[in-house]
Design a protein around this ligand. Structure first.
Ligand SMILES: CCCCCCCCCCCCCC(=O)SCCNC(=O)CCNC(=O)[C@H](O)C(C)(C)COP(=O)(O)OP(=O)(O)OC[C@H]1O[C@@H](n2cnc3c(N)ncnc32)[C@H](O)[C@@H]1OP(=O)(O)O
Ligand SMILES: Cc1cc2nc3c(=O)[nH]c(=O)nc-3n(C[C@H](O)[C@H](O)[C@H](O)COP(=O)(O)OP(=O)(O)OC[C@H]3O[C@@H](n4cnc5c(N)ncnc54)[C@H](O)[C@@H]3O)c2cc1C
Length: 673
């Protein structure tokens, strides 16, 4: 198709946007990558993988059958592993140890295998379970084979009847000392494992969470490594029933599966025994903390924060570039149609989401640091910080996944009708991101875990105990430190968050106490207050994110111009969330109605100040067009031509008159003749 003047206009629009950049884009790219070397390394890896024709798709996945879609993604996932294992240069680039997991979880990995990677659970949960839950000997036995792909595993915990309530799992693992084996059994239909990714057809092994019984006593859910399929024929083993659970909202190439056991025997040594053991005679050795068996979930919750960050990065890049090339309506009658990014309401949709990307980035880095510190101290026998890590990982998983999913949907809406097209890639990004609200701990449940910690800390503080870092502000303070901050500086706004959360927690703690005092059992009182409890948790984690965002920008090693734009984004994040939740700030007296008016005026100023940098900000995410995979978001802005090219590929367009016309429509249309 010949280039139209409309296409030239789009490309010129993006060029003009880029020319007015007020900061150093490369500094932001390297800040997000974690350093200049990391940026170079990432780009090299992307080049190697994106230039490999094996990763090209013959057709859009939407045009393939369910089975062919699965097969195509499996083909690419296997090729990724083979390429990694065979190429020393790639191993050095990506890092030999966690390399393939990093690769699969990266923006590149997620883009190479579209709509779910059937091997994802192998790297994200199966291997981390062996490392985190297995003894050194067990790691030695399984890890080499798992790294090479000789065995493929998944993580089978959720059952038809129970996902959230782990203590309610029904699969049993009963120790038989006479043969030194565990007998795995699914006693009811609701005990069928349901959902694990890769379980349906891909995995031949799984880490299975089952209730451990020995000497007639149940010791709760424990992780077992279980062979499911024959290593030669890949057929399911006797006593093991396996399959795929059918199509889902998204992630349809992940072959989420079902699994039941009929008295399936495994050796005693297949209980992952780093934290608790069953001796040959059936003696149970308790772990230092029962919740250590849940360690893999903690790791994955942190990993999910990084994944949702990357998904939102992609969506907002698409929405921002498109908003800079799309012209619609008249701002001033008779004047040329403006770019839709000129409309303040469009800026209000998009710019806070660019800020959110940075907010999640800094908060996730901080939680990742906590994860490493705490796992290090657990290794040395110190479990003091485990509740802090559990709370932060639950909270940030919930905040990042809900912000990202809502944000991706806002991006789709901001692209009007075209955002609904599969070729915009926004539908697929949405279905992938929204799944993270549910998996690895449904978000409401995660918020209530955070609330549990807040209430416990609030009470402990009143008994004079010292609190852990993230909740230390719940300590009672003299009224003077709660005094209203009239300058509305960043520090004052962060303090306003502290005051608002303290007030919310104080209120709900008093309500809980009041209900208990009037005779209600604590658990019922908790349930009766749980809407408010979840709210406290949300504001607390938002506060945590604001604080990490602010300190991240202050500490960043960047030029003043770059720090300037980052500070404007951070300020926007603070102001946006305070205005959006002003009730919490007004009720607690942290801010006044007149402060809100001032902040609303500032919001408008911030949107206008950030608007000229919008395209450059998303450019600095440095997302390759193949990784973006969007007709609307491509670098050159040649949107309309790409949309047309994609439409022409539809199988329906291969014939002017489709066969279905002759079969169904024609007989109807000609029936009266
Ligand atoms: C690398 C790339 C990444 C990409 C990712 C994308 C692909 C992803 C693919 C998809 C992958 C998806 C894969 C999947 O989806 S895998 C399946 C994931 N499933 C879940 O996440 C289930 C959610 N449920 C739970 O975690 C627990 O049952 C909860 C937490 C709800 C309660 O539990 P329980 O009923 O047993 O406990 P309790 O409420 O009586 O509380 C008792 C005490 O225990 C403490 N406690 C609880 N838990 C922990 C913990 N973990 N560490 C430390 N402490 C913990 C708790 O604070 C409390 O402390 P205290 O208040 O008494 O002091
Ligand atoms: C795409 C996808 C991939 C998955 N992959 C895996 C996997 O690889 N391995 C695996 O084992 N599992 C996997 N899962 C399962 C997933 O972990 C569970 O679905 C999730 O933990 C939620 O549990 P549930 O389905 O039992 O929901 P439910 O707990 O039944 O939730 C239903 C509703 O009840 C509410 N609710 C439940 N308990 C409480 C409570 N205590 N207080 C207040 N409200 C409550 C929830 O908030 C929600 O609104 C996957 C799920 C999805 C969608």
């Amino acid at each position: 198709m010949a280039k139209t003047s409309e296409n030239h206009q789009c490309m010129d629009d993006l060029k003009a946007e880029r020319e007015r950049c007020s900061f150093n884009k490369h500094e932001i790219t390297t800040l997000l990558d974690g350093g200049e070397d990391k940026t170079k390394q990432r780009r090299k890896i992307e080049k190697v993988f994106l230039s490999d024709p094996e990763f090209l798709d013959a057709t859009r996945p939407e045009y393939l059958s369910h089975e062919d879609r699965y097969a195509n993604e499996l083909r690419k996932a296997c090729h990724m592993i083979r390429k990694f294992n065979e190429d020393e240069e790639i191993q050095q680039l990506v890092g030999q140890m966690d390399g393939i997991r990093t690769l699969m979880g990266s923006g590149l990995g997620v883009a190479l295998t579209k709509d779910g990677n059937p091997l994802a659970l192998h790297f994200i949960m199966f291997m981390p379970s062996i490392m985190g839950q297995g003894t050194v000997e067990q790691q030695g036995e399984w890890m080499g084979r798992a790294w090479s792909g000789e065995i493929i595993g998944t993580y089978a915990q959720t059952e038809l009847g129970h996902g959230t309530f782990l203590r309610g799992l029904e699969t049993t693992a009963t120790y038989d000392p006479s043969t030194e084996e565990f007998v795995l059994h699914s006693p009811t239909i609701t005990s069928t494992k349901w959902w694990p990714g890769g379980l349906g057809k891909t995995a031949n092994y799984a880490v299975v969470m089952a209730q451990l019984y020995t000497r007639g006593r149940c010791h709760g859910p424990h992780p077992f490594i279980v062979q499911l399929r024959d290593e030669e024929t890949h057929q399911s083993l006797p006593g093991v029933t396996l399959g795929e659970i059918g199509p889902r909202l998204g992630m349809n190439t992940n072959d989420n599966g079902f699994l039941c056991f009929s008295h399936h025997r495994i050796p005693r040594t297949h209980l992952l025994m780093k934290h608790s053991q069953v001796l040959q005679d059936g003696t149970y050795v308790r772990p230092a903390n029962d919740k250590l068996a849940y360690g893999t979930m903690v790791f994955v919750r942190v990993a999910i924060c990084f994944d949702t960050y990357r998904q939102l990065q992609r969506a907002v890049t698409i929405a921002t570039r498109y908003s800079a090339i799309r012209r619609q309506s008249e701002l001033v009658p008779g004047q040329p149609e403006p770019q839709i990014l000129e409309y303040q309401t469009q800026q209000y949709k998009i710019l806070p989401l660019i800020a959110t990307v940075f907010g999640i980035h800094f908060a996730a880095q901080s939680v990742w640091q906590t994860y490493n510190d705490v796992t290090g101290s657990i290794h040395d026998g110190n479990l003091d910080l485990l509740p802090e890590l559990h709370t932060l990982s639950c909270g940030l998983k919930a905040l990042s996944s809900s912000d990202a999913a809502n944000g991706v949907e806002t991006c789709r809406l901001s692209c009007g009708g075209h955002g609904y097209l599969a070729s915009s890639n926004l539908p697929r990004i949405y279905t992938t991101t929204t799944a993270a609200i549910t998996y690895e701990g449904e978000n409401t449940v995660m918020w209530l875990q955070v609330a549990r910690y807040l209430i416990k800390s609030f009470r402990e503080a009143r008994q004079g105990h010292r609190l852990h870092h993230s909740v230390s502000y719940l300590t009672p303070r003299p009224a003077s430190t709660h005094a209203l901050q009239t300058n509305l500086s960043n520090a004052a706004l962060v303090e306003a968050f502290r005051v608002a959360v303290s007030h919310l927690v104080g209120e709900v703690a008093a309500r809980l106490q009041g209900q208990c005092d009037s005779g209600m059992v604590f658990e019922h009182a908790w349930n009766a207050c749980s809407v408010q409890l979840a709210r406290c948790a949300q504001v607390h984690i938002r506060y945590f994110t604001c604080e990490e965002f602010l300190s991240g920008v202050e500490k960043a090693e960047v030029s003043e111009a770059t720090r300037g734009v980052l500070m404007r984004l951070c300020r926007l994040y603070l102001v946006f969330h305070i205005i959006g939740n002003q009730g919490d700030f007004l009720r607690s007296g942290a801010l006044t109605p007149s402060d809100m008016t001032t902040l609303e005026e500032e919001l408008a100023t911030l949107l206008a100040a950030l608007r000229p940098d919008a395209v450059s900000l998303v450019d600095s995410f440095d997302i390759h067009d193949r990784i973006l995979d969007s007709t609307l978001g491509c670098w050159d802005g040649n949107v309309y031509e790409r949309m047309f090219e994609e439409a022409k590929k539809s199988p329906l367009n291969q014939k002017d008159v489709p066969d279905a016309y002759y079969k169904y429509l024609r007989p109807l249309m000609k029936a009266s003749l």
